[in-house]
Design a protein around this ligand. Structure first.
Ligand code: CAA
Length: 258
C-alpha cells in the first residue's frame, strides 16, 4: 500500500483499516482525502489477501462533512467537473464488505460516507446528522436517499430540513447502526466484525452483499429473481461443495474463494 497524506492505512490480518486523517478540520472530506480513501479501498478490493475493510476517524470525530472551505465559491460546473460526489458512489460499489467505525461527529458528508458503508459500529459518543440546511444546501452524497430508505420519511425530513441529530442510542433504535459499544472498544469491535466476515466463504460474502444491496433498489419480485440467480450461481463454486461436505463430515470448512 502506498503512502498517503490524508489517510493512514493499516492491515490487520485479512482486514484493511483506513483512518481518516485531516484532524485540523475535523476530518473534513476534501477532494484529495476522498480520492486517497477510494484509492486505498479499491486497491484492497482487488487484493485476494483482504476480505473486509474498516473506515474510521478518531474518538472525537468520524468526519464533520464535505470540506466547506473548498466549496464556498464553487459553481455547479466546478462541482460537476471535480467528480467529488462520484467518489462516494465508488465506495458503495466495492465488492467486499466495508464497515464504518464511528465515534464523535458523523455529519453531512461524514454521515453519508458512513451510510455508504455496509455496516456501522458506533461508539456511545457518536452523533449523526445532516446539517447542510444550515449552509443553504441539502445533502448531496446520498443523504436524502440512503437515510430515508433506512429511517423512513418522517425522521429523514426532520433531519434534512431541521438539522435533527441522532445520538448513538437513537441511531441504533432507528436501525442506522449495527451496535453501540463503549468508546474504548468501538474500533476493536468493528475490526473483529470485519475479521469474522473475512474468514467466511469469499464468493458467498460478495454475492450476499450484492443481493442485500439490490433489495434497496428493486421491486420485491425483481429482488427475489436476482437473489435466486446468485443463489444458483453459488452452486458452481468449490466452496459450496466444501461447505456442505464439511457440515456433513462434522469438520470446519476450508474456503478457497473459488
Ligand atoms: N469543512 C471544513 N472545515 C471544517 C468542517 C467542514 N465540514 N467542519 C469543521 N471544520 C473546521 C472548522 O472550520 C475549524 O477550523 P479552524 O480551526 O481553522 O477555524 C475546525 O474544523 C474545528 O471546527 P469547530 O471550531 O467548528 O469545532 P467545534 O467543536 O466547535 O464544532 C462541529 C464541531 C459541530 C462538527 C462544527 O465544526 C460543524 O458544525 N462543522 C460543519 C458540519 C457541517 O456543516 N457539515 C456538512 C458539510 S456540507 C456536506 O457535507 C455536503 C454533502 O452532503 C456532501
Amino acid at each position: 500500500m502506498k503512502a498517503y497524506q490524508w489517510i493512514r492505512t493499516e492491515v490487520h490480518g485479512p482486514v484493511g483499516l483506513v483512518r481518516l486523517n485531516n484532524p485540523k478540520a475535523l476530518n473534513a472530506l476534501t477532494p484529495d482525502l476522498m480520492r486517497e480513501l477510494v484509492d486505498a479501498l479499491e486497491t484492497w478490493d482487488r487484493d485476494p489477501d483482504i476480505g473486509a475493510m474498516v473506515i474510521t476517524g478518531n474518538e472525537k470525530v468520524f468526519a464533520a462533512g464535505a470540506d466547506i472551505r473548498s466549496m464556498v465559491q464553487a459553481t455547479p460546473v466546478d462541482m460537476l467537473l471535480s467528480a467529488y460526489i462520484d467518489l462516494f458512489d465508488r465506495i458503495g460499489k466495492l465488492s467486499k464488505p466495508v464497515i464504518a467505525a464511528v465515534s464523535g461527529w458523523a455529519l453531512g458528508g461524514g454521515f453519508e460516507l458512513a451510510m455508504a458503508c455496509d455496516m456501522i459500529v458506533a461508539s456511545e459518543k457518536a452523533v449523526f446528522g445532516q446539517p447542510e440546511i444550515n449552509l443553504g444546501i441539502i445533502p448531496g452524497a446520498g443523504g436524502t436517499q440512503r437515510l430515508t430508505r433506512t429511517v423512513g420519511k418522517y425522521l429523514a425530513m426532520e433531519m434534512v430540513l431541521n438539522d435533527r441529530r441522532l445520538t448513538a442510542e437513537e441511531a441504533a433504535r432507528f436501525g442506522l447502526v449495527n451496535r453501540v459499544v463503549p468508546v474504548e472498544r468501538y474500533l476493536e469491535e468493528a475490526l473483529e466484525l470485519a475479521r469474522q466476515i473475512a474468514q467466511r466463504a469469499p464468493i458467498a460474502v460478495r454475492l450476499g452483499k450484492e443481493a442485500v444491496q439490490f433489495a434497496l433498489e428493486s421491486s420485491l419480485e425483481n429482488g427475489l429473481r436476482h437473489e435466486r440467480r446468485l443463489f444458483y450461481l453459488l452452486f458452481a463454486t468449490e466452496d459450496q461443495k466444501e461447505g456442505m461436505t464439511a457440515f456433513l463430515e462434522k469438520r470446519k470448512p476450508e474456503w478457497k474463494g473459488r
